[in-house]
Ligand binder design. Structure first.
Ligand SMILES: *Cc1c(COP(=O)(O)O)cnc(C)c1O
Length: 398
């Protein structure tokens, strides 16, 4: 029996004529330089790639704020970077304390369990961030070797703002601190060395404003020693950090690197270095604050209160009876703006990562959001929301 050729439409018939504005929780819009780089294929080993990898590591050192040379990449989503960090540092019977604020931080706990760790989950009540002193108590009691935590919990838009103090505790008790910064890296301060973090995880498609599918992990010198001295081999061959360092430190073969994606990430990081971190943090803060004020001025409510509110992704409470899916579909179809629903809480989410933090994108988004709620029968004040956006942006410029 022959399998017939399927009838396939060209992409142009499937994709919208005009690209949608990606204001959800990732992937985010990419700069043109990133898109151009993503269209190039080069030799994954030669001298050119060697130079590119070298410079990527120095840019990553700046962005992660670390002097550790142990920066490696992975061909895979943010989750692959999470697993790379966890599976290299956690094995049979490693005691792990996993701080669970929501969906992504719980994924770290699951990964630690699958790696053979004895995992104790510290579940933080919805809407709260974890307090450093609570972690100290837990560490005293449980004596973990590894602690996992997320800086920004994208799923419910909470922010763990005591990371610096948590890092100091991890150091005091000689624990290895693994931080998921997929959402937050380069949108807000994270100082890997100063805060004593042993592994920082990031992905391409969020804070860094690159494409999905190529991710980075930075290990501290202390973490690298643990990896080097472990007796059992990590079961996942592709995620083995020591093998990955063949490519990232010796210009030799581990697996064929995702060359186009690396070039895209190179350009994304170059743009971050051009902008500089302080200016980039300020742009993110200003845009996110303006967005939050404008949402409230529309007459809507934000999901998380200060100081636990994440700025990189903003959660908006849904008025009674309205479903996230209805709102997301309406705003996409009628206003060509994509926003995100959620994994659980009754909210919709708007991202403020990388290219999403541009004034023109904010105006279009607030207008689209206000109009969508109005269309769906919610009483919102669109002129007031638009004016508030302009007011906050003006004020911040003075
Ligand atoms: C998106 C996200 C991830 C997972 O990234 P994928 O690329 O979807 O695997 C992990 N952690 C956080 C905090 C995220 O926002």
């Amino acid at each position: 029996m022959n399998i017939a050729v399927p009838k396939i439409q060209p992409l142009s018939q499937i994709l919208p004529e005009e690209p949608l504005l990606m204001m959800g929780a990732g992937p985010v819009p990419i700069p043109q330089a990133v898109a151009n780089a993503n269209g190039i294929v080069i030799n994954h080993l030669g001298e050119t790639m060697g130079t590119i990898v070298q410079q990527m590591k120095s840019m990553a050192g700046y962005i992660f704020q670390t002097q550790s040379p142990w920066i490696v990449g992975v061909a895979g989503p943010g989750s692959a970077a999470m697993e790379m960090a966890v599976a290299n540092l956690v094995w049979e019977n490693t005691r792990v304390l996993s701080i669970c604020n929501g969906f992504f931080s719980s994924r770290l706990a699951q990964m630690a369990e699958r790696s053979g760790g004895e995992v104790k989950q510290l579940t933080v009540a919805e809407g709260n961030s974890v307090e450093a002193e609570l972690i100290r108590q837990q560490v005293e009691e449980y004596r973990p070797r590894v602690i996992t935590i997320v800086q920004g919990e994208t799923s419910n838009t909470t922010y763990n703002h005591e990371l610096a103090a948590i890092g100091a505790i991890a150091k005091e008790y000689n624990c290895y601190l693994i931080v998921d910064a997929v959402c937050t890296l380069s949108t807000m301060p994270l100082k890997m060395d100063e805060w004593h973090i042993d592994a920082v995880i990031t992905g391409g498609q969020k804070g860094l404003s690159s494409i999905p599918g190529v991710s980075l992990v930075a290990f501290s010198e202390k973490a690298w020693q643990r990896i080097n001295s472990r007796e059992s081999q990590i079961p996942q061959w592709t995620l083995d950090a020591k093998l990955a360092s063949n490519f990232w430190h010796k210009n030799s073969y581990h697996y064929t690197a995702p060359v186009s994606g690396l070039l895209a990430l190179y350009e994304a990081m170059r743009l971050i270095c051009d902008e500089t971190l302080p200016k980039r943090f300020r742009r993110h803060l200003t845009c996110s604050k303006a967005l939050q004020s404008a949402i409230e001025a529309l007459g809507l409510e934000l999901y998380i209160d200060q100081p636990n509110r994440l700025n990189s992704v903003v959660g908006i409470k849904l008025p009674q009876g309205l479903e996230a899916k209805t709102v997301c579909e309406h705003i996409s179809k009628n206003y060509r703006v994509e926003i995100a629903g959620s994994f659980g809480p009754p909210i919709v989410r708007i991202g403020q990562m990388g290219e999403q933090c541009r004034e023109h994108n904010l105006f279009r988004t607030i207008h689209a959001l206000g109009s969508t709620f109005k269309d769906l029968g919610v009483n919102v004040d669109i002129p007031r929301g638009m004016a508030e956006l302009e007011n906050v942006l003006q004020r911040e410029k003075m």
